[in-house]
Write a protein that binds this ligand. Sequence first.
Ligand code: FES
Length: 177
Amino acid sequence: MADAAVPPPAKPGEGEGVDRRGALILSLGWAGFIGATAASLAGTVRFLFPNVTFEPPQQFKVGFPSSFSRGVSERYKSEYGVWVCRNDDGIYCLISVCTHLGCTPNWLAGEDKFKCPCHGSGFYSSGVNFEGPAPRPLERAAIKIDDDGQLLVDKNHKFLYEAGQWDDPASFVTFTG
Ligand code: FES
């Protein structure tokens, strides 16, 4: 009598489809595993190198006082976000951030004023606001003559007109040369 627990021997070609299907499932599994591992590794590497934005330095030199003629210089606006201004008394540095919502105003030399393109605020060359929604004047940055005779601006230290800080000697450089 034949043993019922022992399967009959496979005929040639029988079961190959099942083997191929198994191999396909196995390789898909491995592909998924490798993909997940690679994604996880990429996430780890991304974490090690965070997306840092580099700000320009807050303290910088802008040259010698004699290199500025009377009026507003836009030389350092794009690089440092300031205007260096000279009047009959000396030199001061305005920060090019609108005091309404923070846009960057433009200096309109022909109209002798700063004009904000966002909502139309206007500021005199002194920085005082006179039109539009800006609630207060532009801010000034600390400025002094450094040891080498060049002007040193420090945006870490700001001076507000409405707080009476524009009278602070650290907010301007007396220069009549
Ligand atoms: S941000 Fe300058 S007027 Fe609004």
